[in-house]
Design a protein around this ligand. Structure first.
Ligand code: NAG
Ligand code: NAG
Ligand code: NAG
Ligand code: NAG
Ligand code: NAG
Ligand code: NAG
Ligand code: NAG
Ligand code: NAG
Ligand code: NAG
Ligand code: NAG
Length: 646
């Protein structure tokens, strides 16, 4: 390895640590504004399809350039979308914030009344979509300010004067400085911190105009300790806490590393040797300091973790996977990549390398791992251990050899292996696994992500549910639905998508989708633009008493008609729009096994846009923008409404 490359590695390594110590994506919601424009019902699904495509295009662009604008669709079903991160965030934090933002903007989706626009202001990033071109808009009627609910404790005359001084200064500095400015004012023993940023599409005039409006809106927040102005063209925030990273800290870790390394590699080799030594010393010292700090923070907990049998050393897992070699990669999930590995004692395991930093809540994480690893059921993938003291977090699972259901249904190659008996057992086993999680284990566990790719098959083609407990491992929804919305949305219960309400019945819904997919041999694409979704097809066949027509033709008629129809009917029961109408998982198991009577499903599956029932069960779109008092705000009248942004 050349010295240059060594340096590059070392530097990236050190930046990695520097970054980890500071990581905070500020993925907290300041406000969500769903617009109230309406669409014709028949246009809704098309629009949502374009919306999802736009989100998929936006994500990698945000990763590389930290802001992006995309268009998808055509005619009066065009989706315009724009996303941007605050300029002080690191690239990783930017991605984290945006991933979270993306999941929450779903709440503005046109499920009901055809809402066709939404803005989500986070403290670290911004996302907006609409059905019209808005990139020339820096002011709008929905612009607002959101003030904290805590009044500053101290001399509030001084505080307010400092706030006014600061926001005025920021509004003048930012347009000159690439649309971004942070700073603080400290007078009379009172410090106020602030940040102002214009969205990338605003030109200098637009930026100045927007920030001037922001100053007017935010000014009325003082003497509250926090204030935010949220506008179509810019964002401004002040706080008594220093919430931003200033420029001495790494803004773009990898670029910096690369830049520095290239410069260094070009210098003479003697100098390079000295520099290598200096860098090594620097890194070692930095690590020592970091270790000391961490030990102080985590104290006794880490000692427990290290002693626990559940904590497997990072080095061992690294070696087990041949240093996470690509040939060992089994797949890529929403929360990280999975590798096959062989432990020193010969045991074959699956190792999940988590994309997300668990360091902030090691205690929570470890407690949950402890708890989940105690769960033993034939239809659940066993969690064997974890590594949380190494540079990244890893989870170690038992290895399940026969891939996931998704692999069979998407590749269509080994479909003949999934005979009727196998499919029946898969559905029954999955139902039993879920029953255990919901009703029988000591801890109530909602899976939250039941889908084909999370049902693994063992050597006898018995199902094992993977990734249960991830929902509990990651507080606040950070990972689960964040990546690949489109892949998971087809499984999500309406009340969960729209209101974020998570109960066992959300799993029942996803299970229903899965049953229908397995019996019909087709994946559910909730927003397929060409034809009706498989759920709708099965629902209408049920109405005309021809359920058998939906059954997978690949089975070539080798199935028991009555059994298959019963399963489809159970599937339909599970995907009813109202959670209360869906059966519990233990009842589902009874219906599958002992000829227990199966009720008639009374509601069509979610997203049947022509159904009147659905609209009765879900309140109108404006209801979802939370808190409610934001919805009709337009201007200063709510600036002192006493709503604390989270
Ligand atoms: C939609 O919002 C605008 C202003 O934001 C308001 O004037 C209008 O009355 C609202 N329309 C409906 C149907 O709520
Ligand atoms: C919309 O997005 C899809 C998927 O990314 C892409 O194939 C298509 O070309 C896009 N359409 C338009 C009009 O941009
Ligand atoms: C949408 O566009 C089509 C033609 O592109 C037009 O016939 C239709 O009336 C439009 N619908 C609305 C609501 O504007
Ligand atoms: C700046 O953008 C506004 C719209 O936001 C536009 O009206 C104006 O002409 C632009 N100014 C320049 C100099 O491009
Ligand atoms: C923005 O552009 C659209 C289409 O180009 C136009 O209809 C609209 O009036 C413009 N808005 C502003 C505020 O300039
Ligand atoms: C606040 O500070 C100002 C200036 O320092 C001073 O004139 C004023 O009396 C102080 N008010 C209170 C309530 O202490
Ligand atoms: C803003 O504040 C900075 C430092 O506090 C100062 O250097 C700068 O002159 C101020 N700008 C204006 C326009 O007041
Ligand atoms: C500054 O404020 C702190 C408490 O907020 C107080 O303890 C300290 O004495 C103050 N210093 C001065 C110089 O007023
Ligand atoms: C950035 O932070 C460092 C120390 O944390 C401080 O010395 C420096 O003045 C800060 N710069 C700005 C612009 O706030
Ligand atoms: C301020 O808001 C937070 C959360 O938004 C809430 O928990 C707290 O009770 C509020 N405090 C007051 C005094 O209203």
């Amino acid at each position: 390895m050349s010295r240059g490359r060594l340096l590059l590695l070392l530097l990236q390594f050190s930046c990695f640590f520097v970054h980890r110590c500071l990581s905070d994506p500020r993925a907290t919601e300041a406000a969500r504004v769903c617009s109230n424009t309406t669409a014709l019902p028949q246009d809704r699904q098309t629009f949502v399809g374009y919306f999802l495509a736009a989100m998929d295009t936006l994500t990698p662009l945000i990763d590389t350039q930290r802001y992006a604008a995309v268009v998808n669709g055509s005619g009066n079903n065009t989706v315009y979308a724009f996303g941007e991160c605050m300029k002080d965030l690191t690239r990783t934090d930017c991605n984290l914030c945006f991933a979270q933002c993306k999941t929450q903007v779903l709440r503005c989706l046109p499920f009901q009344r055809g809402t066709r626009g939404g803005r989500l202001f986070y403290d670290g990033c911004y996302l907006r979509y609409d059905d019209y071109y808005f990139l020339n808009e820096t002011l709008s009627l929905q612009d607002m300010s959101v003030c904290g609910n805590q009044t500053f404790v101290g001399n509030d005359t001084v505080f307010s004067a400092n706030v006014n001084h600061l926001v005025r200064n920021l509004s003048l500095e930012a347009p000159k400085n690439d649309g971004f400015s942070v700073g603080s004012v400290n007078k009379g023993n009172v410090t106020v911190y602030g940040l102002a940023q214009c969205w990338e599409f605003a030109n200098r005039t637009g930026c100045e105009e927007c920030l001037a409006n922001a100053v007017a809106k935010i000014g009325s927040c003082a003497p509250k300790g926090e204030g935010r102005a949220l506008l179509a063209g810019c964002y401004m925030r002040y706080s008594t806490q220093k919430f931003y990273y200033n420029s001495t800290e790494p803004v773009e870790e990898s670029n910096r590393g690369r830049h520095l390394a290239i410069t260094l590699a070009a210098t003479s080799s003697a100098v390079a040797v000295v520099l290598v030594i200096a860098t090594v010393v620097f890194i070692v010292r930095k690590n020592l300091r970091k270790k000391r700090r961490e030990r102080k923070q985590l104290g006794a907990l880490l000692a427990t973790v290290n002693k626990s049998k559940l904590n497997i050393s990072y080095e061992i897992l690294e070696r087990a996977t041949n240093y996470f070699h690509n040939s060992n990669k089994l797949g890529q999930g929403g929360s990280g990549s999975v590798y096959k590995g062989v432990l020193p004692d010969g045991q074959v395991v699956a190792i999940k390398r988590l994309f997300f930093n668990t360091r902030q809540w090691v205690d929570h994480f470890f407690n949950e791992v402890n708890l989940i690893s105690g769960i033993n059921h034939k239809n659940l993938v066993k969690l064997l251990g974890c590594s949380i003291t190494g540079p990244e977090s890893l989870l170690v699972y038992e290895y399940v050899p026969n891939q996931s259901l998704h692999d069979y249904f998407s590749a269509k190659t080994n479909c003949q292996l999934l005979t009727w008996e196998v499919r029946y057992n898969i559905i029954l086993g999955t139902a039993e696994g879920l029953t255990y999680l919901h009703e029988e284990s000591n801890t109530r566990i909602i899976h939250r992500d039941i889908k084909l790719s999370n049902i693994l098959l063992d050597k006898d083609f018995m199902p094992k549910i993977a990734d249960f407990g991830l929902a509990r491992l990651f507080p606040e929804d950070k990972t689960h639905i964040s990546t690949g919305i489109a892949g998971t949305l087809g499984y999500m219960a309406p009340e969960y998508v729209v209101r974020g309400k998570l109960t066992e019945k959300a799993d029942v819904y996803s299970f229903g989708v899965l049953v229908i997919e397995v019996v019909c041999g087709k994946r559910n694409n909730a927003f397929s633009q060409d034809s009706h979704s498989i759920l709708q097809r099965v629902w209408s066949l049920h109405g005309t008493g021809r359920l058998c027509e939906a059954i997978d033709p690949a089975l070539e008629g080798k199935f028991q008609e009555e059994e298959a129809s019963r399963l489809l009917q159970i599937g339909l029961l599970c995907v009813q729009a109202s959670a209360e109408l869906r059966p519990s998982m233990s009842l589902v198991v009874k219906m599958i096994t002992d000829n227990h009577e199966i009720a008639q499903p009374t509601q069509p599956p979610f997203l049947n846009s022509s159904s009147a029932e659905v609209s009765q069960n879900i309140p109108p779109a404006t209801y979802y923008s939370q808190p409610e008092s934001y919805t009709n705000s337009s201007g200063n009248d709510i600036t002192n409404s006493g709503i604390e942004p989270r």
